[in-house]
Every structure is written in C-alpha cells, then in structure tokens.
Ligand binder design. Structure first.
Ligand SMILES: Cc1ncc(COP(=O)(O)O)c(C=O)c1O
Length: 392
C-alpha cells in the first residue's frame, strides 16, 4: 500500500498534506530573487496558518504578515516573536486594535479613521505605516488615496507618532511583473512626502502558474527592478531604507495536496462523472472562485481516457465540482486522487458549508510525517451551538 493510502487510512479522507522541504525551497528561491538589503520577508499567514508551516518559515528567517488579529494570534501561538510580525489590514474594531497593540505588533493601517483610532489609543506606538491605494479606480476600497495621505501627515503632526512606512498590495496571484512595478512607482512617488520614511512594503500577490504551460512570474527580473529602485531611494535619502515583502501563495501553494477517494463513477457516452469524498467546502475551486487546480489519479489504471471527466463533490450542491472537463485514466471506487497546488487558500478557505467535517492536515518533514491538525467529526460541526438566555 502506498504512503498516501496508509495516511488516508490513519487520518481519514479527504486529507491535506504539506511538504515542508518544498516550502523551505520555495522560500529560498523567492529570497534569492531580491538582492537588496535591508530586506524582510514576511510570510502572509492568511493563505495557510498551519503552525508547522509558520515555524518552518520562521526558522528559514521569515517574519509574518498578519491580515487580521487571528493571523497575528496564529503566529504568536506558533512561537514567533511580536517584533517579527507586521499587521496590514482593514477595519479593526476597538477590541482588534487593543489586541494588536497589547501584543506590540507593528501596524500598517488603511484609513484615516483607523489612524485616528490609533492616535487616541493609550498604547499608540511611536511609528505607524499606511497602506496606499495602488491605483485611482473609483471602486478601489483598499488603502488611502494620495489626498488622504496628506491628511494623515497633518493628523500625525505634533503627536509623537511618525509615519515611517508605506505599504501596497498588488492583488493576489499576479504573473505580470509590470503590474507590481507600476504600483511600486506610485508608492515611491507618494513616499517623497514622508520625511520619516523607514520602509516600503511591496506586499504579496506573487503568482503561481497553476495551469500546465502557463508563463511564470519573472521573479528574478522583478527582484532586480525592485532592488535597483530601493538602492536609488536609499542613496537619495542617505540612509538605508527597508524593503518588506509579504509573499503567501508563492511559498506554499505548490507544496500542498488535497488527497481524496473516488466513491462512485457514472460513465455516460459523452461524459464521466466521478464522485469523490471531498467537496468545494474543503477547497474553493474554479466552480466557486479560485484558480484551476490539476487533479491526478494515484492508482495506475492505464492511459488517460478521451472521455471528459468531471470530479463531483460529496453533495448535490449545483456548484460542487472540484474539476471539470479533465482527462483522467479509468477510475474505480476506492481509487485515490490528488488535487495539486492546494497549499495556499485551501484549508484556510475551507468551511462547514454542506455540513461536513473538515479534513485533517499532515505535514511531511524530510522522511517523517506528522499529523498537524486532526480531522473534525460530526460533533465538531455542532460544537458551538448553545442555548444561553440573554438579559438585555
Ligand atoms: C496585505 C497582504 N499582503 C500579502 C498577502 C498575501 O497575498 P498572496 O498570497 O497573494 O501573496 C495578502 C493576501 O490577502 C494581503 O492582503
């Protein structure tokens, strides 16, 4: 029996598996593309908060990017020091802000109201960063506009808090280097108004070629272009400016696989429907909203059939397809399938939709396998339901 079949037998099916060596290699590949120093690479916890992944990346030298207080909490619980964590996000309520400030986590805020909240807080830090809108599209809600940046500087005047960083985020899964460069030029132009600038944060969004034959992001070239601009900036300012990067998907997507088992096969003249024990509640796929994921058969049963094959989830939800129009070999109930590139925004976006327990997570570290999160059971689905009288 294969390792994967044994794992599924022990940990249940479907099952997420992550390869830590592959994540370490992806981190090294990424880091070598950016020669500029000082450089801090903060892994974006939002795309996979598995604590073994956080620890493995921290051991490689990564800090952490927190999109929410939950991300910061996951990083802290994985043993990462607060100084290694930077928050960038939107719409913190009072409790969220309190939590992050109490932990001593550096913040990049994205609105004037959030800046006012910070300035009114008893733990207001000496430095803050702001996230800048990357373009002037009227529908762009993220970040502060250039006029708002000017207002922010006025708000900060005489407060003892300096605007020391500017952040951008080019949007997720970009394979086009120019998109980053255009937004970075805006960041550089906006930074001219900041006398106390200490760092620029290029954010994340470094794409992954999910489709076979898809052109990859020219990361080496992007790294050189960004490094040259940072070098120039440091020379202009006559002091070293920090560069911060927040890759998520690029570091972990390819290292994760969602394994599942075939339950039933309906072979019709024009199409084959292969029912599996996973669903779109386990991983958000193209039929809902996500990139394409390759699906491979693990049980060898000869050549790929010409018959278009849909991989159907374990529900009758009309969009519960994990893959459509695939070419796969003959399949039988009990066969194993591997949904590839599932390490980013896989488990992190899984849910209790369709009322099925979420899968376990296993990490492979060198030659050893570790159960990193147990599979949920039916009681877990109901665990938070209570009947507590409320006095108003
Ligand atoms: C501010 C910020 N940085 C980094 C990331 C990570 O993005 P990606 O996984 O596309 O690299 C995100 C994702 O939402 C983000 O919002």
């Amino acid at each position: 029996m294969s390792d994967i079949a044994l794992l599924l037998r022990q940990c249940g099916s479907p099952l997420y598996v992550y390869d830590l060596d592959q994540i370490r290699a992806a981190y090294r590949d990424f880091a070598t593309c950016f020669a500029y120093r000082p450089l801090d690479i903060h892994y974006a916890v939002v795309c996979n908060h598995n604590h073994h992944i956080l620890q493995a990346l921290a051991a490689c030298g990564a800090g952490m990017h927190a999109n929410t207080p939950g991300d910061a909490h996951a990083a802290l619980r994985a043993g990462i020091a607060p100084e290694q964590i930077m928050y960038t996000g939107s719409n913190l309520n009072a409790a969220d802000l309190d939590y992050l400030l109490q932990q001593g986590i550096a913040l990049n805020l994205d609105s004037l109201d959030q800046l006012r909240d910070l300035l009114a807080h008893p733990r207001c830090p000496a430095e803050v960063g702001l996230r800048l809108c990357i373009d002037d599209r009227p529908g762009n809600r993220i970040g502060v506009s250039r006029p708002e940046l000017q207002q922010a500087l006025q708000l900060l005047r005489g407060t003892g808090t300096r605007l020391s960083g500017l952040h951008m985020y080019a949007g997720t899964n970009n394979l086009n280097a120019d998109h980053f460069l255009q937004a970075f030029e805006r960041l550089l132009a906006a930074a001219e108004a900041l006398p106390d600038l200490r760092y620029l944060n290029l954010g994340g969004g470094f794409g992954v070629p999910y489709q076979p034959g898809q052109r990859d992001l020219p990361l080496q070239q992007l790294g050189q272009e960004i490094s040259a601009r940072m070098q120039h900036l440091s020379e202009q300012r006559r002091r070293p400016m920090g560069l911060i990067l927040e890759p998520g998907r690029r570091l972990v997507a390819a290292a994760g696989t969602l394994y599942m088992q075939v339950i039933s096969v309906k072979e019709r003249p024009e199409r084959r429907f292969v029912g599996v024990d996973s669903s779109v509640a386990n991983i958000v796929v193209p039929s809902v909203y996500h990139p394409y994921h390759a699906i491979e058969a693990l049980t060898p049963r000869g050549p790929l059939l010409d018959l278009p094959t849909d991989i159907c989830g374990a529900s009758t939800h009309s969009r519960d397809f994990l893959g459509r129009d695939l070419r796969l070999p003959a399949l039988q109930p009990g066969d194993l399938l591997a949904l590839k590139d599932a390490g980013a925004y896989g488990y992190a976006m899984s849910s209790h939709f369709l009322n099925r327990p979420r899968p376990a997570e296993v990490v492979k570290d060198g030659a050893s396998w570790l159960l990193s999160r147990r599979r949920e059971n039916l009681d877990d689905l109901l665990a938070l339901q209570i009947a507590e009288p409320l006095a108003l």
